[in-house]
Design a protein around this ligand. Sequence first.
Ligand code: NG1
Length: 400
Amino acid sequence: MIDAPAIHEQRFGLAPSVVVHSPGRINLIGEHTDYCGLPVLPMAIREGIQIAASESEEPGLVAVSTMDHSLVSSVAATRRRGWAKYVLAVLDQIGPSAAGRGARLAIDGDLPATGGLSSSSALSVGCVIALNELWGLALTPDGIIGAAVAAERAAAIAGGAMDQTVITLARPGHALRIEFDPASHRHIAVPDDFVWVAGYSGTRAAKGESAAAAYNSLVLTSRAAAAVLAEQLGRDAGTPPQLSRVGDASPDQIAALPAMSAQQAAAMTGGDRLELDARGILNLRTSAEHVLSEAARVSAAERALGAGDRAAMGRLMNASHASLQIYGASTESLDALVIAAREAGAIGARLTGAGFGGWAIALTSPEKADVVRAAMDAIGGGLAFVARAGGGALWSLNAE
Ligand code: NG1
């Protein structure tokens, strides 16, 4: 049972004054599009992270998590690894506007931290909300999202803002279509007979660690593709360059995109050191083909949800996974998981989140959900679950 308040009381000897629930998410479709300024369609789930917090007289943060039960302190220069890296990155972001303030955090949860369900963003958003309340920082929802995004970019990868946005703004029973260029969002009702099963591939995707280089290479490649197309179209692709600015490029222009080294790509995009992560030759054509086709699938998926058309949604998910295989985000174990789900009767299945291991989702009828879940479990070792559309982060204050 999740009980961060009890952990807070045990470790720190007093009851918390704020308790935050920050959910995970599955992404229904729109993968590797957010950092290109293009839309996504994620759904918050009920599983998440709970943070119990209190203000402390001592400046800085002391935090404990049921992930490993170690105590992390921002004052005694503790290790920046695993969950602690995100907590300390949040303090780096918002600490300067709360000089001299201190807090104790106890962290618990039921969200697997194996990659793809947004455990890092649930933690980052939850910490921002807890500190915002404790220290009276009056951050707006946009301010909360912005602080969490900046913290995660400093701690891990050059990611987009999909996860922090849906975790902050989701509504129960709905997915969230998010646009980034310019920013906007709308809540999309998820029909009751669309059942989503989430299954684990058996391989962790450590984007704070080993998978960071693979992810950042894809970001750099998309920026270089945007820069080349923008030059041909005679326009500005933005800083950094984004494929959202060149979505009207012709199929011939996209097919003619070159391959180049990470150094060339970085020189062309005004690189923010991403090239240090990138290896080998970057294929600009496969990048633009995936990203621009995936953006079109997001709009089609929104229509399929609105029409209650499960078959159309399933086809879009399958097309998304096939495109992600070419893009370089899938793995053998994710492919096996997706195939097992389809063979068990799923209408569609795809990896969710960044890929490189982690989790996949399948869409099924209510009747087939158990069989699909069992098939996914047989690969991922018993962790599969039916994901239901939950609301965004919530918090409560304990009056003393
Ligand atoms: P996951 O796999 O949940 O870390 C990452 C990025 C998203 C998005 C997806 C791919 C972060 C925090 N998350 O998600 O912004 O780019 O990959 O669609 O950077």
